[in-house]
Write a protein that binds this ligand. Structure first.
Ligand SMILES: Nc1nc2c(ncn2[C@@H]2O[C@H](COP(=O)(O)OP(=O)(O)OP(=O)(O)O)[C@@H](O)[C@H]2O)c(=O)[nH]1
Ligand SMILES: [Zn+2]
Length: 298
């Protein structure tokens, strides 16, 4: 280590521009060459190149890495997170496809997944939302009901213990109330975003980048911009079947050891779907993900 060597945490990423927090000081960072393999949450070793700039020399080994991909490219979502919260709401209606994809990504990455059902004050839709969310609670994923707008204090009280001592990420489709929740958990989020975007020099693109906040009660929280697609092209067939937690009791019970659980005779997974032990919706997504990851480029 020379006196120029520093260690920091990546707190924001915008294209190939990164911002590292080094003991409370923000440094603008770039990678060497054209590399874009840095994620928010990464611990990096830096070499300072000017007063507020540095080059990323090395990325420390990650405990976890979440990313999404299609056959063309992959996009790193966050590194070193221990827990992911998917925000859903009574309205607008949430997409099961995105919820399950996020859950599968968590299983594959070894990240703990929780659901937050927001806007429980909108009672006409509450029963339906609970019913739909029960698909996930029956699989063992915890669900936390909140109303960020009408019960802000209760929302903070419910979520704070779950965030303490964790490195968390909050994701959700547009309109679910993710920003409302972040603003409750990080009281000075707006100031932090302004500081970060100034330091990153992103101009007007202030809301489109992933950023990491330190929480007042301990722990860190990554806020990632709304997502509409969640490709999991990088997951192999073996990873996929294990990422559907409800398949576990049936794996190994199929007639063929290399069963794809799609149309094979005497498939234990298909039998469980027929018996109502595995939800059809989830098995359909499994088939869809298998199909997607089998797409090859020509
Ligand atoms: N009734 C009700 N409305 C809420 C609640 N939380 C948020 N909202 C409203 O829902 C809308 C969306 O909230 P945001 O926090 O902007 O949602 P977001 O998920 O960050 O959405 P994007 O900014 O589009 O990514 C806003 O009009 C909020 O006022 C809640 O608990 N109850
Ligand atoms: Zn099978």
């Amino acid at each position: 280590m020379t006196k120029h060597d520093l260690t920091g945490t990546i707190v924001a990423a915008h294209g190939r521009h990164y911002l590292a927090d080094v003991d409370g000081e923000f440094l603008q960072c770039v990678t060497r060459g054209k590399k874009t393999n840095v994620a928010v949450g990464d611990i990096v070793h830096l070499k300072r190149t000017s007063n507020d700039q540095a080059v990323i020399e090395k990325i420390a080994e990650r405990t976890t890495l979440l990313y999404r991909s299609d056959q063309y490219k992959s996009k790193l979502l966050a590194a070193n997170i221990s827990r992911l919260f998917i925000v859903i709401a009574t309205e607008p209606s949430f997409a099961d496809d995105l919820v399950s994809r996020a859950l599968v990504a968590c299983e594959a990455a070894g990240v703990d997944a929780h659901l937050i059902l927001n806007k429980v004050d909108l009672e006409p839709n509450l029963a339906r939302a609970r019913e739909r969310a029960s698909l996930y609670t029956r699989l063992g994923y915890p669900l936390h009901e909140v109303s960020a707008k009408t019960h802000p204090d209760d929302t903070v009280a419910a979520l704070t213990p779950l965030l303490q001592d964790q490195s968390s990420i909050l994701i959700g489709q547009s309109g679910m109330g993710k920003s409302s929740i972040v603003n409750l958990l990080v009281p000075d989020a707006d100031i932090a975003v302004r500081e970060i975007s100034e330091a990153l020099d992103t101009g007007k693109h202030t809301t489109t980048f992933t950023r990491l906040y330190k929480l007042p009660a301990g722990g860190t929280l990554i806020d990632s911009p709304g997502f509409q697609e969640f490709g999991l092209y990088h997951l192999t067939e073996g990873m996929l079947e294990r990422a559907f937690v409800e398949f576990k009791p049936y794996l190994g019970g199929c007639k063929y050891y290399n069963c794809h659980h799609l149309a094979e005779p005497q498939c234990a997974v298909l039998q469980a779907v027929a018996d109502g032990k595995i939800a059809k919706l989830r098995h359909e997504l499994y088939a869809q993900l298998l199909h997607e990851s089998a797409q090859t480029l020509y």
